[in-house]
Write a protein that binds this ligand. Structure first.
Ligand code: MF3
Ligand code: CO
Length: 278
């Protein structure tokens, strides 16, 4: 892997406190976008809601202008996996909408995504989103191994894959897009894979910050990119879900910077301590 040998940025507690501020702005912006998501709304309405919250929080959107990306959030609907561009698309009952948002506070980044299904949901779409969210939290929780950080980054992909397998449904785990280190930039080494590999991935260290973001489909793992050069769709038209959080690693636990409760509920349910820095 290209990033594997690159140096991983380790943060001080004060730097992670700034990332927490960015993470909370992202959480607020996602909540606003989610509240705006209803049949009849356009995906641009969701973008405007998120943009207003980010500006009001004294933060800067990280996606806008990133490789000329033209919006504040990504809205990926139905067979769109990630990087859908908000616009005049009108949301309909039953749509599966993934919303991805990033913000910067004093140079420090937060990045998070969620999926939701609008009224008249297909139970299979609800199940897909639920499995993807569970896989995200299992992947994050696996960074902790009982009395300290786990050994290597492999634990994330192992746990995501186990969670998807445990569903008993033949979901596809997208491999072409992966999670990432995060801090002074949105995308930093290391890659955070959502699937099991034999190679030994980087060792986990206190001060590392990672964006964990499984993308799961009801069918193939193969993707295509639309002519807009951003929107990633499934090659077979199956629907996809995407959940993401930014997490900081410490000697005494984890801190999910983009979760309002710091991860307390989901980590607690998995026996993982939230760092005392919270
Ligand atoms: N949040 C996405 C990620 O996690 C990035 C969005 S791409 C952008 O990698 F161009 F919109 F920023
Ligand atoms: Co990300």
């Amino acid at each position: 892997m290209a990033f594997g040998r690159d140096k991983i940025e380790l943060k001080t507690p004060d730097q992670i406190r700034l990332m927490r501020r960015a993470g909370l702005v992202v959480a607020d912006a996602l909540a606003a976008a989610r509240a705006a998501a209803r049949p009849g709304a356009t995906t641009a309405d969701l973008d405007a809601a998120a943009a207003a919250v980010i500006a009001g929080g004294g933060a800067t959107p990280s996606f806008l202008g990133y490789y000329d990306y033209p919006a504040t959030i990504c809205t990926s609907v139905n067979d769109e996996v990630v990087h859908g561009i908000p616009g005049d698309r009108v949301l309909e009952p039953g749509d599966l909408v993934s919303i991805d948002c990033g913000a910067i506070v004093e140079g420090w980044h937060g990045d998070s995504a969620l999926s939701l299904v609008l009224d008249d949901a297909d139970p299979a779409d609800l199940a897909l989103s639920a499995v993807t969210e569970r896989a995200l939290w299992d992947g994050i929780a696996a960074l902790w191994a009982g009395d300290g950080l786990a050994d290597r980054l492999n634990v994330v992909g192992n746990a995501v894959e186990d969670a998807v397998d445990a569903s008993g449904i033949g979901y596809g785990i997208v491999e072409e897009y992966v999670g990432h280190g995060i801090g002074t930039q949105m995308h930093l080494p290391p890659d955070v894979l959502n699937y099991r590999v034999r190679d030994r991935l980087p060792r986990l260290r206190p001060g590392m910050c990672l964006a964990v973001e499984p993308m799961i489909t009801r069918g193939t793992i193969a993707t295509e990119t639309l002519a807009d050069e951003w929107t990633v769709i499934t090659a077979d038209g199956s629907r996809a879900a995407h959940w993401e959080h930014t997490v900081a690693l410490f000697e005494d636990g984890l801190w999910v910077l983009t979760a309002v409760d710091g991860g307390a509920a989901e980590l607690g349910a998995r026996g993982v301590p939230v760092s005392a820095l919270d």
